[in-house]
Design a protein around this ligand. Structure first.
Ligand SMILES: *[C@@H]1O[C@H](CO)[C@@H](O)[C@H](O)[C@H]1NC(C)=O
Ligand SMILES: *[C@@H]1O[C@H](CO)[C@@H](O)[C@H](O)[C@H]1NC(C)=O
Ligand SMILES: *[C@@H]1O[C@H](CO)[C@@H](O)[C@H](O)[C@H]1NC(C)=O
Ligand SMILES: *[C@@H]1O[C@H](CO)[C@@H](O)[C@H](O)[C@H]1NC(C)=O
Ligand SMILES: *[C@@H]1O[C@H](CO)[C@@H](O)[C@H](O)[C@H]1NC(C)=O
Ligand SMILES: *[C@@H]1O[C@H](CO)[C@@H](O)[C@H](O)[C@H]1NC(C)=O
Length: 713
């Protein structure tokens, strides 16, 4: 049914596209009303602004003054020519207009007489207000107190001002420094401001010898950069005679808009693909093109479809995918026979294995032979292929989508660059399944890349499964999978880099450096917590399958990060799997004849790891006679004659009763974990609880010890 619908919608799509394409071709990217000039000199004048009769919306008239060498766009014309307000630019998206403010106020004093030039600017009765976000009131001078008084709302005066002091030119903030009150100062202004006037305090006037003139103005935030030279004479004023930039907010004043729609027919949002939104600075609204369109929403037909496929920097679509523009949107899809998430620029579409597409191709070939029923044939093929595609899509995109939500997909090039072409010098370790390389990404992030041995096409699906499994694990004691690379025959996994080596290194590399009981308990507990987490996740049980001290990575402060889930398997709760991947010395003997591993096998291996932690002996070691011995077997046989304590690391042996108790409890856990029958072993949750108890005992012991030491000294 879904496919029939797809075919139908395809035909309707074609029929609908014909008139649409013609209107698209007719639409132009004009920004002014038809027949109206759109530029004055270098300034673009978008509607509702305009020049000439019928070219602007009331209140947005611009006069183009061409009497000078450079044409100037005048926003507020004044009888006195030098009081004109010149427009620099307009932004119809943000509702901002940048104009030149010629009203720099100054006060000069020569010891006896004073000259003041006031600054008054008035926008009332217009759709404009001063932007409170983009402007600052700035005063320049030493011993300067300036303020603006203004009427933001009827019947309420507002004062905004600042003080700047300096005892000499040397004691200012310095050239380019912030306006923090040493040479210059600044203050915010309120919203809704349409009128302001500058006032000066005349008590601050004894600095005239080195700073004869002070200035104050409303100006675009960030425009003014302090210069010590500005404290001299009227330099600053002369330099900026043409005005300083100030930002105005404009809007369609009057009735507000609701839910993006204007009730009245008088809406300024004329484009069919536009909506309105209320402004924050003053009453009124602005129009905006809907998502997928750009242009001028104030004009009929002004919002034009964006061809997203032409600006892939803003609308990502993988280079090997098919990008199709549509009205107000676009689609980016993987070519037939591939799958993946193409909506990323370095994304990839992966070939679907042969067995999936073969069937459809055979039907296509034979049908094309009968040319007489060509049309019918195409329909049949489309239907069949559509059904196939939907099945394939469901199967693959489900996975891929899940993967893409959690993971970053790396390109081979990125990983080659990160590892210096998989240089041997970058190898961190080598295991049964492949090599692990250290890599450095462009953003200086250090990563570990696991490059697996070649995977057959049939195993690829399994591999995808595994990546999904790993990507879902988010636990502080488990190494985080950052991403993967599927572009290559040999799949690669990218992990976070854990800097401090492994528990194996810690225990066996440098046997002379002592390891405290606390550190060992912590490593045991955190590893147990991580394994408990993967064993008891609700929907699926994950079996690690290769627990050993070399797979317990250590971060700063010996924080545990369990790694290498290469042998892991996902099983529905309470099922078992057929897979034997254990490392020597850690292998559950039960697996030898059952050939299946279960959660209990992980528990056995974990028992060996704890034993390793507290004996500091390797899982397979050479005894006094030079013969290979399994640590677990030796422990169990010694335990039978109650001699197992002699195996513990001598560093740990102590007369402290609590230490003896702790070690006994540890030996008990190990004994249970190594039970020959899997069902007799404790679960990871039970082990965690037991280790937590031991950790508390250890903590209380530390507290007790330090108390007694204090008492003794
Ligand atoms: C804008 O419209 C005018 C006539 O209305 C036309 O001459 C001009 O080419 C158009 N400009 C653009 C950029 O389409
Ligand atoms: C308007 O402002 C927006 C947001 O700052 C900016 O992205 C856009 O380029 C501006 N448009 C013009 C014409 O300056
Ligand atoms: C005040 O202005 C007059 C005329 O421009 C000028 O001659 C005089 O020097 C100024 N006085 C001060 C204190 O700047
Ligand atoms: C200050 O300026 C006034 C008027 O411009 C002038 O009469 C007076 O002599 C000046 N005083 C000094 C100390 O220069
Ligand atoms: C300002 O600094 C300069 C050089 O650092 C120095 O020569 C001058 O005497 C100082 N002036 C004052 C008033 O401190
Ligand atoms: C564009 O298409 C995508 C996928 O079909 C859809 O999720 C999205 O909402 C669409 N965007 C717009 C603005 O219509």
């Amino acid at each position: 049914m879904a496919c029939v619908r797809q075919l139908l919608s395809f035909f309707f799509f074609i029929i609908l596209m014909i008139p649409l394409l013609t209107t698209l071709a007719a639409a132009t990217s004009n920004i002014s009303l038809p027949g109206c000039p759109s530029k004055c000199g270098k300034v673009t004048i978008p509607y509702p602004f305009g020049m000439g009769n019928g070219c602007y919306r009331e209140g947005f008239q611009i006069t183009c003054d061409e009497s000078m060498t450079h044409p100037r766009a005048i926003l507020f014309r004044n009888e006195k020519h030098n009081n004109d307000v010149e427009l620099i630019n307009v932004n119809i998206t943000t509702g901002e207009a940048r104009v030149l403010n010629k009203k720099i106020s100054y006060v000069c004093f020569n010891g006896t007489s004073r000259n003041i030039s006031g600054g008054l600017m008035f926008l009332r009765y217009s759709p404009f207000v001063f932007s409170n976000q983009q402007n600052k009131f700035v005063a320049i001078g030493c011993r300067t107190l300036a303020y603006i008084a203004s009427q933001a709302k009827p019947n309420s005066m507002y004062f905004s001002g600042c003080v700047s002091t300096c005892s000499s030119r040397n004691s200012t903030t310095g050239d380019g420094g912030p306006c923090n009150g040493l040479g210059c100062c600044q203050a915010a202004i309120p919203a809704g401001l349409t009128l302001y006037s500058v006032f000066w305090s005349n008590t601050f006037n004894d600095a005239w010898r080195f700073n004869p003139c002070s200035y104050a103005m409303l100006v675009e935030d960030g425009w003014y950069k302090f210069q010590v030279q500005d404290l001299t004479g009227l330099d600053f004023y002369e330099r900026n005679k043409n005005g300083v930039p100030v930002v105005l907010n404009w809007a369609i004043r009057g009735s507000p808009c609701q839910d993006g729609l204007m009730k009245s027919h008088d809406t300024a949002c004329r484009s069919r693909h536009s909506f309105c939104h209320n402004t924050r600075n003053g009453n009124g609204y602005l129009c905006q093109c809907r998502q997928g369109y750009e242009g001028n929403p104030y004009l009929t037909g002004g919002c034009i479809d964006i061809d997203e496929c032409k600006s892939l920097d803003k609308y990502p679509c993988s280079s090997n995918a098919i990008c199709m523009n549509s009205d107000g949107n676009f689609t980016c899809s993987c070519p037939k026979g591939t799958y993946g998430n193409p909506y990323v620029n370095d994304g990839i579409c992966i070939k679907i294995p042969e067995k999936f597409s073969h069937h459809a191709r055979v039907i296509l070939g034979s049908t094309l032979g009968g040319a007489t029923i060509l049309i019918l044939g195409i329909l049949v093929v489309m239907y069949i292929q559509c059904k196939k595609r939907m099945e394939e899509k469901e199967e693959y995109q489900k996975y891929y989508q899940m993967m893409n939500d959690h993971l970053r997909v790396f390109s081979r090039k990125q990983l080659e660059n990160a590892t210096n072409n998989f240089n041997e010098a970058n190898v961190l370790g080598e295991g049964g399944q492949g090599k692990v390389y250290k890599g450095l990404l462009e953003n200086n992030q250090v990563i570990a890349i696991k490059k697996a041995r070649a995977v057959e096409e049939t195993q690829r699906e399994e591999f995808v499964n595994e990546i999904i499994l790993l990507s879902q694990i988010n636990h502080k004691n488990i190494v985080r999978l950052l991403g993967c690379c599927l572009e290559v025959k040999i799949p690669m996994l990218v992990y976070e880099f854990v800097p401090n080596g492994t528990a194996y290194h810690l225990l066996h590399r440098n046997k002379t450096s002592p390891i405290s009981l606390g550190t060992r308990l912590n490593i045991a507990l955190e590893s147990a917590v991580a394994l408990d987490y993967i064993h008891s996740s609700i929907s699926r049980t994950i079996i690690h399958g290769d627990i050993k001290s070399a797979n317990i990575l250590l971060d700063a402060d010996y924080t545990v990060k369990v790694s290498d889930f290469g042998a892991s398997s996902v099983v529905p709760a309470d099922e078992i799997i057929e897979l034997v991947h254990f490392s020597r010395g850690y292998l559950d003997p039960e697996c030898l004849y059952t050939q299946i591993i279960t959660k209990n096998s992980d528990v056995y291996s974990f028992g060996v790891v704890i034993l390793e932690l507290f004996t500091r002996m390797e899982a397979v070691y050479l005894d006094e006679k030079g013969e290979r011995q399994a640590l677990a077997t030796s422990f169990l046989s010694k335990a039978r004659t109650n001699e197992h304590r002699k195996m513990l690391d001598v560093d740990l042996i102590s007369n402290n009763g609590k230490v003896i108790e702790i070690l006994d409890k540890i030996c008990a856990i190990v004994g249970q974990c190594l039970s020959p029958k899997g069902d007799d072993r404790p679960t990871m949750s039970q082990i965690v609880q037991e280790l937590q108890k031991i950790a508390r005992l250890h903590n209380s012991m530390l507290g007790f010890q330090s108390d007694s030491e204090e008492a003794g000294s």
